[in-house]
Ligand binder design. Sequence first.
Ligand code: HMH
Length: 221
Amino acid sequence: NKEMLMIQKWLNQHNELYTSATRHPFTLSIRDGSVDLSAFKRWLGQDYIFVRAFVPFVASLLLKAWKESDDDSDIEVILGGMAALNDEVSWFKREASKWSVSLSSTVPQKTNLEYCRFLESLMSPEVDYTVAVTAFWAIEAVYQESYAHCLSDGSKTPEELKETCQRWGNDGFGQYCHTLQNIANRRLEKSPEDIISKAEATVMRVLEYEVEFWNMSRGET
Ligand code: HMH
């Protein structure tokens, strides 16, 4: 279908993978109130490590946008994401102390290390801006969809976890993800086939890592 935007097309084609990332048993357990708090704490400690690696990824994306983008507003959107991450790092520290999670003694799990290494590979100047910004959209969108679902009609999310869900599930973050999706679609429309294929494979990789990341909350490794 020529009329259809690229990302919508991919989400239809890979709907099963997308759903496994955005409707994972861990976030569904938050939504239905059955969540195991030790699983939540494991996620919190691991995600803090991930977010620390996410910052240089976003910095590299900012650099790519400055060099390659055809639209100045891209920089402002990415810079806004960077500012939100600054706030997020502080939030993780406060939240960890609230739950008595020691961030300094949290050991990154294998999946986390692999996901961070994958992020690092996307920081290379060899990676096209279009591919990197599409990956960025996917990473943010999984959290937005997952946590917004924990706040939607009929959810029984425990009071003490609502702030976490709000962080990624709020409407402003939803709007921001939508803007990232528009940027990615605009770039993809103008891209040659090889870049489009690379971007698609990268999104699928992100979704697989996101599923594995949620899996870590089980603490079976
Ligand atoms: C693993 N994916 C992971 N952590 C996050 N904080 C986000 C996405 C969204 O920022």
